[in-house]
Design a protein around this ligand. Structure first.
Ligand SMILES: Cc1ncc(COP(=O)(O)O)c(C=O)c1O
Length: 276
């Protein structure tokens, strides 16, 4: 394994090489600067965990499309499945005709999602669309306006999801007013327990803040949804302790609020189920 890794990294030019520099200049001219560019690697092809750039350099990919390519780049079984589908047809729209593939995927997700009850899957184009729909469904179901979210959370860049997202400076600065009826509470960070406080005391304090907020910030009868990432992603890859999640479950059950857990690594479960 070690030898393979060593052989996988081969540098023929500086990064970026001449061909890469040319493409990067075209990127600057043709695409908006809004999406940050964190490396100067210009990819030509990729297999497994190895990326080859347009100058012939090969590099190890530690990003994997930011956690989206959990099965590695272009594994043959995925590529062949895509090819098989393209040979049949590309798209007809589920509103116009019924296609079996999305049903198969929904059945798989319904099977592996936790819980022993009948489930349905809403397939979306992006995480932001998933969050927007989850909130819309919760508001429609409860006929209530408010949403509770947490500090450090990332929920996307559309107008609603930006409003739900925490970090102000990085994501929201300069974009003007945001959607109303959103209430933000601190989430416990067990890696940063305040000095002089035991972990248990800190957790109890964070849990107590939920009850406080339902008096001082918003009445529970106005809350449609509580939205949380069980592992804060953008917020620092911080797991939310189980007693805190249990408290949210209890509050939601007590007041008829929809509890929404956003998980960005569902692909891991799919990978394990497919045996990839
Ligand atoms: C937890 C979570 N919610 C929402 C999003 C937004 O997803 P997208 O960029 O696909 O709109 C992300 C993306 O990183 C995410 O990690």
């Amino acid at each position: 394994m070690e030898t393979k890794t060593k052989n996988s990294i081969q540098l023929l030019t500086a990064i970026p090489g001449p061909k890469s520099q040319e493409v990067l200049a075209r990127r600057v001219a043709a695409l908006p600067a809004g999406a940050a560019r964190s490396t100067d690697v210009v990819v030509d092809s990729a297999r497994g965990a190895v990326i080859k750039d347009v100058d012939g350099n090969t590099l190890l990919d530690f990003a994997g499309g930011i956690g989206m390519i959990n099965v590695g780049h272009s594994p043959s079984n995925v590529v062949n499945a895509v090819k098989r589908q393209l040979d049949k047809f590309i798209h007809t729209c589920q509103i116009v005709t019924t296609m079996e593939a999305p049903i198969q995927l929904a059945e798989l997700l319904n099977r592996i999602a936790p819980g022993d009850f009948a489930k349905k899957t809403l397939l979306c184009n992006s995480g932001s669309e998933a969050v927007e729909n989850a909130i819309n469904i919760a508001k429609y179901y409860t006929q209530r306006p408010a949403v509770i979210v947490f500090e450090g959370a990332y929920h996307g860049r559309t107008h609603l999801t930006l409003s739900l997202t925490s970090k102000y400076n990085l994501f929201k600065k300069g974009f003007g007013s945001m959607v109303s009826d959103i209430y933000r509470l601190p989430a416990p960070n067990m890696y940063r327990v305040p000095e002089g406080m035991s972990a248990q005391k800190y957790l109890d304090y964070c849990i107590a803040r939920i009850d406080e907020a339902l008096i001082s910030q918003v009445d529970p009868s106005a809350v449609a949804a509580i939205l949380i990432e069980p592992v804060l992603g953008e917020g620092g890859f911080i797991p939310v302790p189980a007693p805190f999640l249990q408290k949210l479950r209890d509050v939601a059950d007590q007041h008829g609020i929809v509890l929404i857990l956003m998980k960005s690594n569902v692909a891991w479960g799919v990978r394990e189920t497919l045996g990839l």
